[in-house]
Design a protein around this ligand. Structure first.
Ligand code: UT7
Length: 337
């Protein structure tokens, strides 16, 4: 698709809670081992947000504030705030409203977007639409999840996987050939039961019974999701590469959702990518749901150069999945113009 104005990423921000939950800590809580967790998932530790009055908006606001500082702009310049999350502070109001108030984005509107582990990818594409259409000049896209708030720390099948974090990007118009180039995005609601949180919504409002039955925690059929995630992520990434005439050598980095290192390795192999060209930080943070992808961009920001071709790929509950081809818009040392 040809577009005169594209949505380019012009800054990245993040927030990581200080508390670390290591594999060793988890061996004291459930029947597991450091060896099992590392070999099956690649995770060594995750961050946990502790403290009262600390929800997803707390982390999201701090990621946003880092962006304002780096970009040298004030909050009143922001037009739209999109927060991807499945662990909003409350069912309503939207986390985006709480972030808007916290950072003082007096001219912004915004909303939350729920697409589980594909949340950031879908929010990035939604935000890009506002830029491409000319309806906004500065869109803040935040992925923030406090997975510890919906994790059952007596269930070894899920509690070893998740962590808390927020990260964000700023989208601005670009007419020089950088930014979001193309995307393949999908949902398949038939798979919803394999990865969900049953309680707390309108179908199963909270009751003593829903609490007793542990319906307010993540439920995952790991094996099923693993199989479908590998195929889903690889299929859309390869489709995106083919229709944009990209080979493995043309891609500077794959930016994958960090759910399991074995899934990421399999997707990279299908894309014919050298492992050096894969952003991988799951060992340090675990699966932070909507935050994994912008957290990778943050961790690799200093190495990225203007014109680098990135393929972002995600798979999550819903099912939701997709891949986006992003041409990076700035060198870290040089402030984006
Ligand atoms: O981010 C959104 C999308 N989510 C994903 O992409 C996650 C996809 N799934 C996965 O990453 C993997 O399926 C898991 C990491 C969740 C599980 O790995 P697995 O290799 O598929 O293990 P499994 O569930 O088949 O379990 C194998 C064995 C079982 O024991 P038995 O029945 O064979 O005796 C489990 O009970 O490993 C056992 N097990 C554990 N053992 C030690 C499960 N969890 C643990 C644990 N420690 N933490």
């Amino acid at each position: 698709m040809r577009r005169s104005t594209r949505a380019a990423v012009t800054a990245v921000g993040h927030f990581l809670p200080e508390t670390r939950l290591t594999n060793q800590d988890l061996t004291q809580m459930v029947d597991t081992t450091d060896e099992w967790i590392k070999s099956r998932t690649g995770i060594e530790e995750r961050r946990i947000l502790k403290g009262e009055s600390m929800g997803v908006s707390y982390m999201a606001s701090r990621a946003a504030q880092e962006i304002l500082k780096k970009r040298g702009m004030t909050a009143d310049e922001i037009d739209v705030i999109i927060v991807a999350t499945v662990t909003a502070d409350m069912s309503f109001p939207a986390t985006a409203c709480l972030v808007q108030a916290e950072i003082g984005a007096t001219n912004a509107w915004g909303f939350d977007l729920s697409a589980a582990c594909s949340g950031f990818l879908f929010a990035l594409n939604t935000g890009a639409g506002f830029i491409e259409s000319g309806r906004a000049e500065k869109v803040l896209v935040i992925g923030s999840d406090k997975m510890s708030s919906i994790t059952d720390y007596t269930d070894r099948k899920t509690c070893v996987l998740f962590g808390d974090a927020a990260a964000a990007v700023l989208l601005e118009p670009d007419s020089q050939g950088y930014g979001l180039m193309d995307s393949v995005l999908r949902v398949d609601g038939k798979g919803w039961e394999a990865l969900c949180m049953l309680g707390g919504g309108s179908l199963h409002p909270p009751t003593h019974e829903t609490v007793d039955q542990k319906m307010h925690y993540i439920h995952q059929d790991g094996k099923t999701v693993f199989r479908i995630a590998v195929k889903g992520m690889a299929d859309v990434a390869v489709e995106l590469m083919e229709r944009n005439d990209l080979t493995g050598d043309d891609i500077r980095y794959l930016v994958p959702h960090q759910a399991n290192q074995r899934i990421i390795d399999a997707v990279a192999r299908r894309m014919d990518l050298d492992p050096q060209r894969v952003m991988l930080n799951i060992s340090r943070y675990g699966n932070t749901t909507a935050a994994t992808i912008p957290l990778c961009l943050h961790d690799w920001e200093e190495q990225l150069k203007r014109g680098d071709n990135l393929v972002i790929a995600a798979f999550g509950g819903g099912y939701t999945w997709g891949a986006t081809y992003l041409r990076w818009g700035y060198d870290y040392a040089v402030s984006p113009s």
